[in-house]
Design a protein around this ligand. Structure first.
Ligand SMILES: Nc1ncnc2c1ncn2[C@@H]1O[C@H](COP(=O)(O)OP(=O)(O)OP(=O)(O)O)[C@@H](O)[C@H]1O
Ligand SMILES: [Mg+2]
Length: 140
């Protein structure tokens, strides 16, 4: 996604401090799709000169991946609806940013098919964080 980010003058920062790989039980391609959809949004609804951060946190049996931007944010009244199919805020329509409103419904579908959870928190004018969990892989 680096190229796309650069074109919008947005910096992508992945906080993967340790070189130790993290193993998860998941469908590689589908999770790639999840990350693409979330990072794509952070760029599309970001601000010029903005930043997208990707953080990974260790929970007990899961990891938590968060994609955080400092973009336009989402009105809290609309927040519960962003995972609905074809839902787009008026603001993103009016700004004439292309999209079909499917990206996040696909994210939710994929994560729930993994029996995991996805969540969002956002403040208008400050930014948005989408997070999802994945099951850690344990060699037995
Ligand atoms: N990071 C974000 N910051 C601000 N608004 C967002 C963000 N991510 C999603 N949204 C809002 O939620 C709506 C739904 O997002 P979703 O990814 O499902 O659709 P889309 O980006 O409009 O189209 P598509 O992903 O199908 O190309 C967006 O239209 C936008 O209004
Ligand atoms: Mg999208």
């Amino acid at each position: 996604m680096e190229d796309k980010a650069k074109k919008q003058n947005i910096q992508l920062v992945a906080d993967l401090k340790s070189n130790t790989p993290i193993y998860v039980k998941a469908d590689r391609q589908r999770i790639q799709q999840v990350l693409i959809n979330l990072i794509d949004n952070s760029i599309k609804y970001g601000i010029d000169g903005g930043k997208t951060k990707i953080n990974v946190y260790h929970l007990l049996d899961q990891i938590l991946v968060e994609v955080t931007d400092n973009g336009q944010g989402i009105d809290e009244k609309l927040l519960p609806r962003v995972f609905e199919r074809f839902f787009r805020t008026d603001r993103s329509r009016s700004r004439d940013i292309g999209g079909s409103g499917l990206g996040l419904s696909i994210v939710k579908h994929i994560i729930e098919a993994h029996q995991q959870t996805v969540h969002v928190r956002s403040t208008e004018g400050i930014g948005t964080t989408f997070g999802f969990t994945l099951e850690k892989y344990k060699a037995s």
